[in-house]
Design a protein around this ligand. Structure first.
Ligand code: ATP
Length: 141
């Protein structure tokens, strides 16, 4: 069955862009960030946006995060926060957990925790742009 509900943890450049695109595609998105300003900016565009610390297990439970089809950990630079959040999302039983990594080692750690898909935004975008540059008429890859 197709995924319907997404929780995006971290509304920085990557997380906010992902969350907005999922909304455009017609899905439900809960955005979570520690930063009140970012949450305020996004709240008009997402199904729900809340200020919360994603490493607070009770908070995640109270938000009903376990009922979401997919959780996306869009925290990069604070590796500790990223890893703790990924563990909690897996433990809460979300079916699919996706996380952004900022280094190969960070990615390996996330994989070992059982994260279903690890994304390296800069690396993946570099590959994508290379394909777009050399493939005539390829609009998207
Ligand atoms: P980007 O490149 O997407 O802007 P970044 O790697 O520069 O991301 P990060 O420091 O990784 O930025 O943080 C992304 C977002 O995650 C920030 O808006 C930050 O407030 C949020 N964030 C960090 N830790 C937590 C946490 N424990 N709970 C909720 N949000 C968090």
């Amino acid at each position: 069955m197709k995924m319907q509900q997404f929780v995006v943890i971290g509304l920085g450049r990557f997380g906010s862009s992902l969350a907005l695109e999922l909304m455009d595609l017609g899905f439900e998105v809960l955005g979570v960030d520690l930063n009140e300003e970012l949450v305020d900016d996004m709240s008009a565009y997402l199904t729900h946006a809340v200020v919360a610390d994603a490493t607070d297990e009770e908070m995640l439970k109270s938000l009903g995060v376990r009922n979401f089809d997919c959780g996306i950990v869009a925290i990069g630079s604070d590796i500790q926060m990223s890893i703790l959040t990924a563990i909690l999302l897996k433990d809460l039983g979300i079916k699919t957990v996706v996380a952004k990594a900022i280094s190969v080692l960070h990615g390996r750690a996330l994989e070992k925790l059982g994260v279903d898909r690890v994304i390296f935004p800069e690396r993946d975008m570099g590959v994508r742009v290379a394909h777009q540059l050399v493939t005539p008429n390829l609009l998207d890859y």
